[in-house]
Design a protein. Structure first.
Length: 332
């Protein structure tokens, strides 16, 4: 039984991970989260307060980070500015949190000799052509496109350097696009579901040919836990569930599952520098860690997610209008 420090544990994937830990292990968790627009105390509602504590604070606060790391057996680092569209409007919070924040954490784990796991994204590899049979592997060179993905790539490199130069006991994972409950309504799938639930039309960037590789957040959590338990120090693990689908197909599926005509959406201004396709080859992670995704039927995962947003209007309605106002300003 150990004490985990989970940064960003009040966000989408972090809170799913905390729930996964409390349900599947004996560990206790301290969440360190700044509670930005993307973090929400309510994401941790109902969890046993004897095993889960929330500290509202910033990962760039070296003193606070040092004191929390000193009291922890391992750190799992999810905290980040995570949304590409925001990074195109204002890159600074991405540089600050993703780079300085990760630097602050690796310095603290170096001083205390604490096990560290860094959660990252497949976007560090850039994008693939639509007709390219290739997928990302551990050997794919880094080639990030956006301010978001370039700061995540930089944070990965900091962790690797601290492992090699200072002997930090670190691992990394790069995962594909997550979906599931508690995802902010700025992101593609929840934005479209909540648009339909609000009586407005879904918004598709460009022609919708861009491909994303979808994985349920709970499968991502289970994989991160396996890396923490059995991952080799210094290694990078790719996490994916063979969930490639183009945006137009995903949007039409959402509309159909919600009982709406499949062409009832607006085409809006495309994202600048929009990555074409992501695809993870997660075979090595599966073989070595014995992890397998459980949500293998994307359509039924989407149906559960639609149900969750339908039943949790009180969770997303307060932030919906402000989120859409930002998109309207950008013509999206
Ligand atoms: P999110 O935006 O939903 O949550 C991020 C959390 O970090 C929020 O709770 C926020 O309050 C917190 N945070 C932000 N800045 C902070 C700071 N300076 N100090 C402390 N806390 C801070 O993001 P998410 O989608 O849950 O992503 C979590 C992690 O997983 C990120 O590192 C992201 O790069 C990575 N990731 C995401 C996906 C995806 O599809 N969403 C896929 C692969 C990897
Ligand atoms: O690949 C992993 C990454 O997935 C994570 O690192 C990021 O944190 C996460 O946000 C996600 O990035 P994307 O940019 O792929 O996700 P997003 O939900 O913003 O968009 C998914 C696709 O849908 C993308 O091709 C853009 C498109 N899109 C998005 C929105 C918000 C639309 O067509 N319409 C929209 O309204």
């Amino acid at each position: 039984m150990g004490k985990l420090l989970v940064t960003g544990g009040a966000g989408f994937i972090g809170s799913n991970f905390v729930r996964h830990i409390l349900e599947n292990t004996e560990h206790s968790v301290t969440v360190l989260d700044k509670l930005t627009y993307a973090g929400n105390r309510a994401n941790l509602d109902g969890l046993d307060p004897r095993r889960c504590e929330l500290v509202a604070g910033d990962i760039t606060d070296a003193e606070l980070v040092d004191s929390l790391v000193r009291d922890s057996d391992a750190v799992v680092h999810f905290a980040a500015e995570s949304h590409n569209d925001n990074s195109l409007r204002d890159p600074w919070p991405f540089v600050h949190t993703n780079l300085i924040g990760t630097y602050t954490l690796v310095e603290a784990v170096r001083h205390h000799g604490t096990r560290f796991h860094h959660v990252s994204t497949d976007e560090v590899f850039g994008d693939l052509e639509l007709d390219d049979p290739a997928k990302f592997t551990e050997e794919t060179p880094y080639n990030p496109s956006s301010p978001y993905s370039s700061t995540k790539a930089g944070s990965d490199l900091l962790v690797r350097a601290w492992v090699r130069s200072f002997g930090v006991a670190g691992t990394l994972s790069n995962c594909s696009n997550n979906y599931g409950p508690y995802q902010h309504v700025e992101k593609f799938i929840p934005r479209q579901i909540t648009n339909v639930l609000s009586g407005s039309k879904p918004k598709l960037y460009g022609a919708g040919h861009n491909v994303r590789d979808w994985i349920h957040a709970d499968d991502h959590s289970a994989a991160v836990l396996r890396v923490l338990e059995a991952g080799e120090i210094g290694r990078t693990y790719l996490i994916g569930a063979d969930g490639e689908a183009d945006n137009l197909t995903v949007l039409r599926t959402i509309l159909r599952l919600m009982g709406r005509p499949e062409d009832e959406f607006d085409h809006v201004t495309d994202r600048a520098g929009h990555d074409l396709r992501y695809a993870i080859d997660g075979e090595r992670t599966r073989q070595e860690l014995g992890w397998e995704p459980q949500f293998t039927d994307f359509e039924s995962g989407l149906r559960n997610t639609i149900e969750w947003y339908t039943e949790h209007r009180d969770w997303w309605e307060p932030v919906k209008e402000a989120t859409e106002a930002k998109y309207r300003e950008a013509g999206q």
